[in-house]
Design a protein around this ligand. Structure first.
Ligand code: AHR
Length: 500
């Protein structure tokens, strides 16, 4: 059987939020150094930032950028990264066992965000540091002038405050690998103190407390309950982190990874709402899915790329993504959009070279990984309101998740411009599937764009020497007649349709 989808403006979930299209830059491997920053590169500006990378970041359409970690932030002294560059110390980064030159710090990164048109989201160190240092960073970054730290920023070239709204209270503090790892109770206490103090400085800040590093963490659920009981009144978001990979050749389960993401979101919402009612609070906690991606973690852990040597910007976590990876990434983004009522912010981890949609070669090219495309197209086309489609799809069996729909989808509808978009995945590994989408209640009259990403070889990749092997192509099967869209989706594919 083929699949049918019904779109109805009554099935609105919530607004399309620009922050769903956030990204993440960590001082890790070649993300910053020899990635977005390379002073000797022919396209570098006066700050040393590669303008070819800036161009790609703009095309990617990422909104908020979380910085500077990640695990890195739990040992970071932000003061090392400001002031005259020649006086900045070299430090050891224990998280990734590498050397940090501090040539890029808060001021440079704020300028880079302005260049790319993105919103800076900062994380404070609650691993080796605490409330006082977080308050210092807040003063340095956001206070207009006339205090010791704001005047220091001005002296360092930051005339205007950076106006950072979103702040992460540490990173993955539930993880035993985290420098300064804490129990839920201990973390809840320091996060609560730090959040309250930051809000005394500025109660309009949006604060993100650490949730779980993954749904398979032994403390998942209980961590959220304990941490939120300490912090509910003073924070605005709880974070979620999730990475997926194909394991043992089980492509079917990998293609259904969004089932786990949905489970993760549902569980965190249930836990947060439980705490809300226990505390008789009127506030509803939002979710910040501020790390999500495909990451071949098992393979990296088996390699020696994080080793005993202390090196600057080593090649670490440089996953090269396939067509199948891009389809999964597209389906994860569909899931994030479907939950836009509670998932109000998200960050694809990461942005350049390190598990990233953009790759670079020192002195050479910057190019788009396969995963770049579903992200940039969704970011460009999604507008207005997210609609939850009613999907009737054939199903298939997966080893990890049981029976799963072959077709998944989400739609957006912008009443102001009269434009709509539908994003679809076909998880079928062998057959194309024709999908009929009833968009008549939206007055859909004209098909504007139809793009499909797929490859005869689901493991095909874009590389330095073959940068455009996997790119989206117009899907010539798409039609729109009397409000009904019809499209044939190739096996293992991701598709975007836009109409008006
Ligand atoms: O994104 C890579 C790492 O994944 C981050 O540093 C950490 O927060 C997570 O475990």
């Amino acid at each position: 059987p083929e699949a049918t989808i019904l779109l109805d403006p009554l099935h609105a979930v919530g607004p399309v939020r620009r922050r769903t299209f956030g990204s993440f830059v960590e001082h890790l491997g070649r993300c910053v150094y020899d990635g977005l920053y390379e002073p000797g590169h022919p396209t570098a500006n006066d700050d040393g930032f590669r303008l070819d990378v800036v161009e790609l970041v703009r095309e990617l359409g990422s909104s908020t950028i979380r910085y500077p970690g990640g695990n890195f932030v739990s040992g970071y002294k932000w003061e090392d990264g400001v002031g005259p560059r020649e006086q900045r110390p070299v430090r050891r980064d224990l998280a990734w066992h590498s050397l940090e030159s501090n040539q890029v710090g808060t001021d440079e990164f704020a300028r880079w965000c302005a260049l790319t048109g993105s919103e800076l989201m900062l994380a404070v160190n609650l691993g080796t540091r605490g409330t006082a240092e977080a308050l210092d960073l807040l003063e340095y970054v956001n206070h207009p002038s006339g205090t010791a730290l704001s005047d220091q920023r001005i002296a360092n070239g930051g005339t205007e405050p950076y106006g950072v709204r979103m702040w992460c209270l540490g990173n993955e503090m539930d993880g035993p690998w985290q420098v300064g790892h804490l129990s839920a109770d201990d973390y809840g206490k320091i996060a609560s103190r730090t959040a309250s103090a930051m809000k005394m400085a500025d109660d309009s800040l949006e604060l993100v407390v650490c949730g779980s590093s993954g749904s398979s963490m032994p403390t998942f659920g209980e961590w959220e309950r304990v941490v939120l009981e300490h912090t509910y009144d003073s924070v605005d978001y709880i974070s979620c982190h999730a990475y997926y990979q194909e394991r043992k050749g089980d492509l079917g389960s990998f293609l259904a990874s969004s089932v786990d993401m949905q489970f993760f979101i549902d569980t965190v919402i249930a836990t947060a709402d439980h705490v809300k009612h226990r505390l008789r609070s009127t506030k509803t906690m939002l979710l910040s899915f501020d790390e999500w991606n495909i990451w071949y973690l098992d393979e990296h852990q088996a390699s020696d790329e994080v080793n005993d040597e202390w090196r600057f910007a080593p090649r670490q976590l440089e996953d090269v993504y396939s067509a199948a990876d891009a389809v999964v990434l597209g389906s994860l983004l569909i899931t994030l959009l479907k939950n836009t009522d509670r998932v109000a912010s998200a960050s694809l981890a990461q942005l350049v070279n390190v598990i990233a949609p953009i790759m670079t070669e020192p002195g050479g090219d910057a190019w788009r990984q396969t995963t770049f495309h579903p992200f940039s197209i969704t970011s460009r086309l999604a507008a207005g309101t997210v609609l939850r489609p009613v999907i009737d799809s054939p199903r298939y069996d997966t080893a990890v998740y049981g029976e799963v729909d072959l077709i998944d989808s989400v739609a957006t509808w912008d009443a102001a411009t009269g434009r709509g978009a539908v994003f679809l995945v076909n998880r079928d590994q062998t057959s194309e599937r024709t999908v009929t989408i009833d968009a008549s209640s939206l007055g859909a009259a004209q098909l504007v764009e139809s793009l499909t990403l797929s490859d005869d070889d689901v493991y095909a990749k874009n590389t330095l020497t073959d940068q455009n092997r996997v790119t989206p192509h117009p899907n010539a099967t798409a039609t729109l007649s009397a409000g009904i869209l019809t499209v044939t989706l190739p096996p293992v594919s991701w598709t975007a349709l836009s109409f008006r």
